[in-house]
Write a protein that binds this ligand. Structure first.
Ligand SMILES: Cc1ncc(COP(=O)(O)O)c(C=O)c1O
Length: 420
């Protein structure tokens, strides 16, 4: 089929916007609390400030902060506030990136480069768990690195003893997650940091999911296992403002223990006719919009705002976990205690429920869960978006469980993907 040509004549803004509105009809209704992940709704005050800041910075380019010093200031504030939440030392330094994947990509690059410069490693390897986010595999693929992927323990946390068997003189990075995405449990970060230290490799903590939850959960008095810069031997941490930080998409933070560690992520080049080039990100031209919106959202919420959003979110996640465990045929994998959970078939039950059949039934009622595998399960990242819709969701969960008990979904595909 020939590519569709762009319309020759100009169209009115009203016409274009009306078509956009129509195109969105089938999109998941996140503003009605139907998405368990992907969109994180901080409420009307957060929307308002994000939209106003976004309109102001729609056209700004963070490629060169000499031209836009305000963006340098916004980035510096967001990084500093985030580093403070992670108990970063005075020396902590970082950058904003476009998202969790980019924060991970630059952290992997920094680890590889530090090992090359300081230890002469030319065949870099990383050691991760099979629950560690796929963005680490993507990074290894891009940077020509070997990945040692180690099976997690039965509670889904990283198996550090097994990881130790893969650490050697080529290891540049050992990773822990706080929490990991598939089952939402926090890895034993102190043990992982100790393991990395045995060969002077970087220890990265992937807190893309937890970076804007765990600090506030701790303030709420919840038991939070050690995960941040208070753990000696953690070199870098990624945290996504565009997830539970409630900023619009395109905002994440990478923080290092010091500027020397950070320097390894920046590409510096002076041998072309365009002059001195220094680029810490994967992008060249970078929109100022997500940076300004993230700054505005964090400023508006403040610590008290985040604590309240976290309280609501964790209570909702607790209620969903309790409901899933109470339904014969369903269970929650592992013991996630924060905002994530995985709905699985309870194989100990005499009438296990097929999680994918449950997901299909929930989807017909508008509730969108990512499907994951193995094992075949439904993923839920709970956020403030879901809080006001809890009763409705739980009622549908019970109805759908009864409806699909004894059935099996024909489609076994999983869907954390964009292929077209
Ligand atoms: C633990 C973890 N790390 C990294 C990522 C990647 O983040 P992004 O989708 O913003 O690139 C995710 C996304 O869900 C995640 O859960």
């Amino acid at each position: 089929m020939a590519p569709t040509p762009l319309s020759r004549s100009a169209r009115s803004a009203d016409d274009v916007i009306a078509e956009l509105a129509a195109l969105r009809t089938d999109d998941v209704k996140w503003s009605e609390g139907r998405a368990f992940g992907m969109v994180y709704d901080g409420g009307p005050a957060v929307h308002e400030v994000a939209e106003r800041a976004a309109a102001m910075y729609l056209h700004e380019n963070a490629l060169n902060t000499k031209a836009f010093p305000s963006l340098a200031r916004l980035q510096s504030d967001v990084v500093s506030w985030t580093a403070s939440l992670m108990h970063g030392p005075d020396s902590a330094a970082g950058f904003m990136t476009s998202g969790g994947t980019e924060s991970i990509q630059v952290a992997v690059l920094a680890a590889r480069e530090r090992a090359r410069v300081e230890r002469g490693v030319t065949e870099p390897e990383m050691v991760i768990s099979d629950t560690t986010h796929a963005a680490f595999h993507k990074s290894a693929h891009m940077y020509g690195m070997t990945v040692h992927k180690v099976a997690c323990r039965s509670d889904y946390t990283a198996d550090v003893a097994a990881m130790a068997r893969h650490v050697n003189e080529n290891t540049v990075l050992v990773v822990g997650s706080a929490p990991q995405y598939p089952q939402g449990v926090v890895d034993p970060i102190p043990e992982i940091a100790e393991l990395a230290a045995t060969v002077d490799a970087n220890c990265h903590v992937d807190a893309c999911m937890g970076g804007f939850v765990l600090p506030f959960a701790e303030m709420l008095g919840r038991n939070v296992e050690p995960w941040d810069f208070r753990v000696e031997g953690v070199h870098s941490i990624s945290a996504d403002v565009h997830k539970l930080g409630y900023a619009p998409k395109g905002a994440s933070v990478i923080v290092y223990r010091n500027r020397e560690l950070r320097a390894h992520q920046t590409f510096v080049f002076s041998d072309w006719l365009g002059g001195f080039y220094a680029s810490p990100n994967l992008q060249g031209t970078r929109s100022g919009l997500p940076m300004a919106a993230a700054w505005a959202v964090m400023s508006t919420l403040g610590i008290e705002g985040y604590v309240e959003l976290t309280r609501r979110t964790l209570e909702t996640a607790d209620a969903i976990r309790a409901a899933v465990r109470s339904i014969d045929g369903l269970t929650v994998l592992g013991d996630p205690r924060f905002h994530l959970l995985t709905i699985a078939s309870d194989t100990a039950s005499t009438t296990p429920i097929d999680a994918f059949a449950l997901g299909d039934a929930l989807l017909t009622r508008g509730w969108f869960h990512d499907r994951q595998s193995p094992p075949d399960t439904l993923h839920a990242t709970v956020s403030n978006s879901n809080v006001d819709h809890l009763e409705h969701y739980l009622a549908d969960l019970h109805t759908c469980a009864d409806e699909v008990r004894g059935t099996h979904a024909a489609d076994r595909s999983t869907n954390y993907a964009t292929l077209e």
